[in-house]
Design a protein around this ligand. Structure first.
Ligand code: NDP
Length: 475
């Protein structure tokens, strides 16, 4: 049991000013794995004051110093590898292999990338008739979701440190423990007190408190569209800058010359990795009409390659959903899908032999119409939908027929077709075949997938204000 009821404020682990706690549930066992404090507005206020107090010095720290802090954090992160992997498996339900191969390197990648990006970053630029100065934005409030406990927190924290912006982090109360390990790592890296603060608690108290706090200058949020909207409304009252990384309903465009097995594998790994709880997951598979029969046969036959089960067991690809609520949400979408499309595999209920734990059946729908609920809304579970197209222009039109624009995927060989599709999908990130992730590539969405970009140099820019100085004497 992890009973970690303290917040990290002004360089110290401190008791909450309230006595309420939140139980953290292991989604594979449905048992309480630990407890955190349900922080109060007073706790948040203390953290914001600490961040505000250090702002004048932290924002003037040198680039070299910030690089050193980021490198030390990366080293500390590596030293806690085993613990981070175990914690993410227990709080999120990610199989050990996914915690090790997806979650662990994602968090590390952001700290290393921020240090790299900073090396070439200019905080002052001569632009001919004016000089551009980039200043830390101020105190930043970070609100993170549960689906990538280290990745989501690390990208925001790393960019903020690189920009010299002190932060107050509120991790998701479903998965707070990986973020608390991050806090210990950051503490050991020697940042000045107040530069990094962590306050645990609910979205309604601490999250809401961050977005409406008059002394917070910038809010970076990742999570659902509904909460994103609320954050913008709250932020508007004090004209806060707000960055939002919200959901998606991303297309996978399978080209005519694609290897059908590769296409099926891409489609399945998009919904099976992290149990489909991935904002950028490709959940609409667009295949040429002529490939329909073969693709459907291949994807169903491939399902056993992604075994669902106990995340601590060897060989498991997909664990449970994060919570009972998330399980219910996914079930209701599968029920809707059964009414509006053809069920090819899966369905409602739990997979055989997995009655305990929030496990869902991997589900594939075909003959889905563009206006179906399951074609338009983010499900955030192991559910995919198959559509057919006649020609590439129709595929692009279908790919863009969504309120979202976070990501897009292309499987195929023809370079001209790949370029045509990649340049015409209205989304912030396109992945072609098995291209590797570049931590310097900006991450964020078009349309209702969000506002702003994270990762690498674009991520750092989010935590900066720009000042144009006209007539600056040369030094
Ligand atoms: P939320 O958007 O509710 O949670 C994300 C974070 O926001 C959590 O830290 C949460 O706190 C906090 N929060 C909740 N309410 C408020 C508020 N009023 N003001 C400020 N912060 C708040 O996501 P859910 O967990 O409810 O997931 C629901 C759906 O959201 C998923 O099914 C999925 O579609 C989408 N989602 C998208 C993600 C993405 O990566 N873009 C990530 C997660 C979910 P707490 O939970 O601790 O109370």
């Amino acid at each position: 049991m992890r009973n970690q009821t303290k917040h990290f404020i002004n360089g110290e682990w401190v008791e909450s000013t309230g006595s309420d706690t939140i139980d953290v549930i292991n989604p594979a066992t449905e048992e309480v794995m630990g407890t955190i404090s349900s922080g109060t507005e007073e706790d948040l206020d203390k953290a914001v004051k600490a961040a505000r107090a250090v702002f004048p010095t932290f924002s003037k720290s040198s680039k070299e110093q910030r690089i050193e802090w980021l490198q030390k954090i990366a080293e500390g992160y590596k030293a806690r590898k085993e613990e981070l992997i175990e914690v993410m498996t227990d709080e999120l339900g990610a199989p050990l292999s996914v915690s090790e191969e997806v979650h662990y390197p994602a968090g590390l990648g952001h700290f290393k990338q921020a240090a790299r990006s900073l090396k070439d970053f200019s905080f002052i630029e001569d632009r001919g008739r004016h000089t551009l100065i980039k200043d830390s934005i101020g105190v930043s409030g970070l609100i993170t979701p549960w689906n990538f406990p280290t990745n989501q927190a690390a990208t925001k924290i790393a960019s903020a440190i690189a920009a010299g912006s002190p932060v107050v982090l509120k991790p998701a109360s479903k998965t707070p423990f990986a973020a608390m390990i991050l806090a210990e790592i950051i503490d050991e890296a020697g940042l000045p007190a107040g530069a990094f603060n962590l306050v645990n608690g609910t979205g309604s108290v601490i999250g809401n408190g961050i977005s409406s706090h008059p002394d917070i200058d910038f809010v970076s949020f990742t999570g659902s569209g509904g909460v994103g909207e609320k954050i913008m409304q709250n932020g508007a009252e004090t004209i806060k800058k707000v960055a939002l990384e919200l959901g998606g309903k991303s297309p996978i465009v399978v080209l005519e010359d694609a290897d059908v097995k590769e296409a099926a594998k891409t489609a399945l790994s998009n919904i099976m990795t992290n149990t489909g709880q991935v904002c950028s997951a490709g959940t609409r598979v667009l295949i040429p009409q002529s490939m329909k029969e073969e693709f459907e046969k291949t994807i169903v036959a491939m399902l056993p390659d992604f075994p669902v089960g106990d995340p601590r067991k060897e060989g498991i690809a997909t664990g449970p959903l994060v919570s009972e609520d998330q399980w219910e949400t996914v079930q209701s979408y599968i029920e809707k899908g059964e009414k509006e499309a053809t069920l090819l595999a899966g369905g409602t209920g739990k997979p055989e032999g997995l009655e305990k734990g929030y496990y869902a059946r991997p589900t594939i729908f075909t003959d889905v119409s563009q206006d179906a609920v399951i074609a338009q809304e983010e499900i955030f579970g192991p559910v995919t939908t198959i559509f057919t197209y006649e020609d590439l222009d129709q595929a692009i039109e279908m790919a863009n027929d969504t309120i979202y624009g976070l990501a897009g995927y292309i499987v195929g060989k023809d370079p001209d077709a790949i370029r045509h599709v990649a340049t015409n999908i209205r989304a912030g990130r396109i992945k072609i075949n098995d291209a590797k992730t570049d931590f310097n590539g900006p991450f964020g969405g078009y349309k209702q997938s969000g506002i702003g970009r994270e990762w690498g140099d674009f991520g750092i820019e989010e935590y900066l204000e720009v000042k144009s100085v006209h007539g600056l004497p040369s030094s």
